[in-house]
Ligand binder design. Structure first.
Ligand code: ZN
Length: 515
């Protein structure tokens, strides 16, 4: 029986006799997994406290959080238990309930605010399997990872929820013995109700998406229309906007930004309602978490690039409202499409990006956040340089694509089925994601040998096709189960593929190696 095999490994390795220092010495040598027959223990997960040994174990292909002791085991977790030869063992299910208990016993497994950390990288993990790759890359550099990061859109498409997302990160952080701290981001949230769901799941970072409460239209209005609408605002608001911004030049670091009276009025019409909502959200989060939270303000999902004048107006008004901004995501010039490099003129991007950085530095020093930030290798050097590495880089789908790459290599038949399904799901997916891929440019897989399949993850059209159709793929019960089975059977390859790709991101941004 599998529980007995796990206990045999514990006894033969003498693990019950070791305190935490002894376990740490044991962890420093030997393979990642200590295996026997159909069971194994994840070596880096070994922890002891109050006479109880905790670790991630796997038996008969199923992982669990294992507790072993000669004493009675603490209560509060559900799972299979046994007492064999005077030793108690519990193999708890990897549920949100077990995760909550584990975070109480080992606080390093709980997400924390990363406001004081200079460089942070959002590592969205659509499958809840990629954390080991993420932390192995991050641990080598002066960066802090946000490991649990999902938008409502991703939750819907993957069939997950915030407690499950945080639980997956909790267990994998424990499995890796990663004690350097990580974040959890309720991404692109628009309502207090959704924010509450993320906060209840223990997520310290909230990305507030203002696209529904701001108004993009005034950007295109005539002078007459702007004047007319501005005149409808309260007299005190009009007075403040004109006095503070109209025909004024602001110095921010090496940049100077000038707002005309017309642009100041436009900004008021576009953003004031959203700024008031930001204050409401900030107060709401503070009431629940005290000072330990990271509020990101996101204005990237709009139709036009964020002008430096508008960024300056927003920064000043957030300051007036006392909003504690950790990071702000403008929409940059050019195109930040999912999963591929930057599209646009790099020198023009750099010129405008430098001004955005100057404004952030002069406005309390919040981080500039780069959304759809994966794979933008051609602009990373400029991003690293102008931010001085004070930045948040948000990635998600690129780790999913590494998982798909592993499947293309390890199980070509499954990959071919995924490709067929992805093509069938493409049109639906383009309603949610803006990309320029054309499925007609994806070669027919029947004409490709197995060895040629992984190349589809490098070609732009097929890469974007597989990036955005994860919802269709994961909603197919057969394909979903096989994706998880294949990645579980190729766990080391999966972790290594994610680690290599995220490490490339961190290195090209110019992050310093950890001493
Ligand atoms: Zn975004």
């Amino acid at each position: 029986m599998a529980m007995e095999t796990i206990l045999r490994i514990v006894k033969e390795s003498g693990l019950l006799e070791l305190d935490q220092a002894g376990l740490d010495a044991f962890k420093a040598r030997g393979a990642q997994r200590i295996a026997a027959a159909d069971a194994c223990i994840y070596r880096q997960s070994l922890h002891a406290t109050d006479g109880v040994l905790y670790f991630i174990g796997s038996a008969a292909g199923e992982k669990g959080l294992c507790l072993v002791s000669t004493k009675a085991l603490p209560s509060g977790m559900e799972g299979a238990s046994a007492r064999i030869g005077g030793i108690s063992i519990l193999k708890a299910s990897l549920s949100p309930l077990s995760a909550k208990r584990l975070r109480e016993v080992f606080p390093f497994t709980a997400p924390v605010s990363l406001r004081e950390r200079t460089t942070t990288i959002g590592c969205g993990d659509r499958l809840g399997l990629a954390t080991p790759g993420h932390v192995r890359a991050a641990a080598r550099y002066e960066v802090a990872p946000v490991l649990a990061q999902q938008s409502i859109r991703e939750l819907t498409l993957t069939g997950r929820d915030f407690p499950g997302v945080v639980a997956d990160a909790t267990f994998l952080v424990f499995q890796e013995g990663y004690e350097l701290g990580y974040g959890a981001d309720g991404d692109h949230l628009k309502t207090i109700a959704d924010i509450d769901t993320a906060l209840a799941a223990g997520m310290p970072m909230i990305t507030l998406d203002l696209s529904d409460v701001m108004s993009a239209e005034p950007a295109f209005w005539s002078t007459g229309k702007v004047d007319e609408e501005f005149a409808r605002l309260g007299a005190d608001v009009q007075e403040h906007v004109l006095e503070a911004y109209a025909d004024k030049t602001f110095r921010a670091g090496g940049s100077s930004v000038r707002l005309s009276a017309l642009e100041a009025k436009r900004c008021a019409l576009m953003y004031l309602r959203a700024l008031d909502f930001s204050r409401e959200v900030d107060a709401h989060i503070r009431a629940r978490r005290g000072d330990s939270y990271d509020l990101e303000i996101s204005i990237d999902e709009t139709t036009a690039p964020t002008l430096p004048e508008h960024h300056l107006f927003i920064a000043k008004e957030l300051g007036i409202r006392g909003v504690m901004v950790s990071s702000l995501a403008p929409r940059f010039v050019g195109e930040f499409q999912k999963g591929i490099d930057y599209i646009g003129k790099v020198d023009e991007f750099e010129r405008q990006f430098a001004i955005h950085c100057d404004i952030a530095k002069a406005s309390g020093g919040y981080k500039i956040s780069i959304h759809s930030g994966s794979d933008k290798f051609s602009v990373y050097p400029a991003i690293g340089r102008h931010t001085g590495m004070r930045l948040h880089l948000k990635t998600a789908g690129t780790s999913w694509l590494q998982a798909v790459l592993v499947i293309a290599r390890a199980d070509p038949a499954l990959f071919r089925r995924m490709l067929t399904k992805a093509k069938a799901s493409f049109e639906e997916a383009t309603k949610l994601y803006h990309i320029t891929a054309d499925p007609a440019n994806v070669p027919d897989e029947s004409g490709l040998s197995d060895a040629e399949l992984p190349r589809l993850l490098s070609a732009r059209d097929s890469r974007q096709l597989l990036h955005i159709t994860y919802g269709g793929l994961l909603n197919d019960p057969g394909i979903r189960a096989e994706i998880f089975q294949t990645l579980s059977a190729n766990e080391d390859l999966h972790y290594a593929a994610v680690e290599e790709h995220i490490e490339k991101h961190i290195r090209l941004l110019g992050a310093a190696r950890r001493a």
